[in-house]
Design a protein around this ligand. Structure first.
Ligand SMILES: NC(=O)C1=CN([C@@H]2O[C@H](COP(=O)(O)OP(=O)(O)OC[C@H]3O[C@@H](n4cnc5c(N)ncnc54)[C@H](OP(=O)(O)O)[C@@H]3O)[C@@H](O)[C@H]2O)C=CC1
Ligand SMILES: O=C(O)C1=N[C@H](C(=O)O)C[C@H](O)C1
Length: 250
């Protein structure tokens, strides 16, 4: 890519999209060539000459947007949630036909949240019990959060690799899903509360002790350095990258 990266933002009218527009406009090494709302045709990506699509839309839109970008040789930096393992696998296969294209699916762009997930995965093998609580603003449309699902999966993988048993739980009746969602065997609880932006707590328990790893995003500016890093790096990483931790050398 040239010194100045041509960027398009889908979901530009949304909470994250509006913040990303400001961030890209403020970056000397980027040019915002297109903003897309739900009404816009994806052809705008091609006609604007975009080199990188930043997708900050909704779970029901993101897959089509990213596949369109890949088919047209445009890299994609994706913050939108809703990427199941099945959807990721479909995308991996599509990328095999476009080996020069890079896609970053980032469940969370905030460095603190990325580190919290890493620390939790590292700690998970040493504790008998682990559960995740995510807390967000009440306008969020999906639960559990993409970050919490990603964190739980990484915790589960780390525990499986270390041969740690499932967290003990004597629950016999669970009315209304009180025990939360089961993500790869790890319980994930979702709170929706006015005043919050995005928080995550990982509770790790063992006999007579508890470790709590917590991260709070108080403002969406917390995500912007990660978005810009993704835009700068994505072309250097062809294929699918799941998690900004891979660009950070974590
Ligand atoms: N990875 C990260 O660090 C972060 C990820 N997120 C995720 O980013 C996504 C966006 O969050 P947020 O900004 O709060 O949500 P918003 O609902 O505020 O914004 C989403 C925007 O996308 C628009 N949209 C929907 N479909 C399309 C489409 N096909 N093309 C263009 N625009 C479209 C929506 O329009 P309409 O209103 O008409 O539906 C809306 O304006 C969510 O999945 C959220 O979980 C959020 C924060 C951080
Ligand atoms: O919708 C949000 O706000 C957020 N979504 C992402 C998620 O689902 O993990 C990232 C962050 O938690 C904010």
């Amino acid at each position: 890519m040239a010194d100045v990266v041509k960027v398009a933002i889908a979901g530009a009218a949304g909470r994250m999209g509006a913040e990303a527009v400001k961030a890209v406009e403020g970056a000397d090494d980027m040019e915002l060539v297109a903003t897309l709302t739900r009404e816009d045709s994806l052809e705008k990506l091609v006609t604007s000459g975009a080199e990188v699509l930043v997708d900050l839309t909704v779970p029901s839109s993101t897959e089509a947007n990213v596949h369109f970008a890949v088919e047209h040789g445009i890299h994609a930096v994706v913050g939108t949630t809703g990427w199941s393992e099945e959807k990721l696998e479909t995308l991996r296969k599509k990328l095999e036909d476009h080996p020069e294209v890079g896609v970053l699916i980032a469940p969370n762009f905030a460095i603190g949240a990325i580190l919290a997930t890493e620390f939790a995965a590292k700690a998970a093998r040493y504790f008998e019990s682990v559960e995740v609580i995510e807390m967000h603003h009440p306008n969020k449309v999906d639960a559990p959060s993409g970050t919490a699902a990603h964190t739980a999966s990484k915790i589960a993988a780390a525990r499986a690799e270390a041969g740690v048993a499932a967290s003990p739980d004597a629950t016999e009746t669970d009315q209304g899903g009180s025990r939360g969602a089961d993500v790869d065997g790890v319980r994930v609880h979702a709170v929706r509360l006015r005043g919050l932006t995005a928080s995550q707590e990982i509770l790790l328990g063992d006999q007579g002790q508890q470790l709590v790893i917590r991260h709070d995003s108080f403002d969406r500016v917390s995500f912007m350095p990660g978005v810009l890093l993704g835009v700068r790096e994505v072309a250097k990483h062809p294929g699918l990258t799941h998690g900004l931790d891979h660009y950070l050398g974590l």
